[in-house]
Design a protein around this ligand. Structure first.
Ligand code: TXA
Ligand code: MG
Length: 317
């Protein structure tokens, strides 16, 4: 259909950066690889195209999206950066960090994409193909994770196509996502720096640069963070020491016996982050009575992994 809607149930599977950029210019949706998770992308300035993203994901409209840009210069044409934002962008871009700052150019990222807020989320992704598509397109691209709302984020091309490929006019295969959990979301508003969503860049890495983070009080929480999120169909039980009857156990670290798949046999948090969504999906395909996940330490990247697992298990953030 027109205006970024469903492409007659057919994704155009393509490695062509130019085809993807042309589809975005035409107001269509594109499956886009990033280093964190696959995104479902649209021209950020095109409200009709952005509406098609919400439709494809089955997503509540109040949830604002991240505008993806090639670099900090492009970000500063859209958002107002203070000293902390500049430091963070310089240290971690291109890469898995999103900054929420006051909006400067309301037309570049339309009201629907910002959910009507006076702030805007911007990120310069590190994946080579994402960067090439952004350069070829020449504007900001909004891209939520390419899963249907509430489900685990896709970290492989096949999983992305299975989730929302039917809604995309082009789908670009960028291989498995190296990071595997979404970007860290940090707000830089009113002179305060706050962590809204733990992610690939750790709290410690951010604090080393800008000092202690402010408390992200209720009001400053990432508005889009539903309680049951990242969830497979089977119920998820976390901090499990062993599998109960009918459950599949996902392990971490040295094997404890009835582990089916391991997030990381050596207890490596980077490896676990890269595997977590893929293994939740893998386990779910067997329709188990439940998916049990071994305890993961809360340090470093473990904060983001535990955050996603708690939400998959239905706990309030
Ligand atoms: O790694 C990622 O960030 C992936 C890849 C595709 O780039 N994208 C992603 O987008 O995770 P999404 O839409 O699934 O998550 C965006 C998060 C949500 O938690 C949303 O609430 C928050 O960013 N966010 C966006 N704009 C915001 C704003 N103005 N204020 C506060 N939070 C905002
Ligand atoms: Mg998401």
């Amino acid at each position: 259909g027109e205006g970024g809607g469903r492409a007659d149930g057919q994704s155009r599977l393509t490695d062509s950066v130019d085809i993807a950029a042309a589809a975005l210019k035409a107001g269509k949706l594109v499956l886009l690889p990033t280093e964190t998770v696959y995104g479902l992308a649209a021209d950020a300035s095109d409200a009709t195209a952005v509406a098609a993203i919400f439709e494809a994901k089955g997503r509540p409209r109040f949830n604002p999206l991240i505008a993806h840009v090639p670099d900090a210069m492009a970000a500063e044409s859209i958002a107002v950066f203070g000293e902390a934002a500049r430091k963070l962008a310089e240290a971690f871009w291109p890469g898995p960090l999103t900054l929420v700052a006051p909006v400067r150019d309301r037309g570049a990222v339309c009201d629907l994409a910002r959910a009507g807020l006076d702030s805007v989320a911007v990120r310069a992704p590190g994946h080579a193909k994402a960067r090439a598509i952004l350069s070829a397109f020449g504007g900001a691209v909004v891209a939520p994770s390419a899963n249907r709302s509430g489900r685990p984020s896709p970290t492989t091309f096949a999983d992305a196509v299975e989730e929302t490929g039917a809604f995309a006019a082009a789908a670009v295969d960028g291989g498995p996502c190296a990071v595997g959990v979404e970007s860290t979301v940090v707000s830089v508003l009113d002179g305060k720096v706050a962590l809204l969503r733990p992610g690939a860049v750790t709290r410690a890495e951010i604090e080393a640069l800008v000092g202690p983070l402010s408390d992200s009080g209720e009001g400053h929480r990432s508005p889009g963070r539903l309680t049951l999120h990242y969830a497979p169909d089977a119920p998820v039980r976390i901090e499990a020491e062993a599998a109960r009857p009918g459950e599949i156990l996902l392990g971490f670290g040295p094997d404890v016996g009835d582990v089916r798949w391991s997030l990381s046999p050596t207890g490596d948090l980077r490896e676990a982050a890269a595997n977590v969504f893929r293994l939740l999906r893998e386990a779910d395909r067997e329709h188990p009575a439940g998916i049990a996940v071994a305890p993961i330490p809360l340090t470093g990247l473990g904060e983001a992994i535990n955050d996603r697992l708690r939400r998959a298990a239905g706990f309030v953030g």
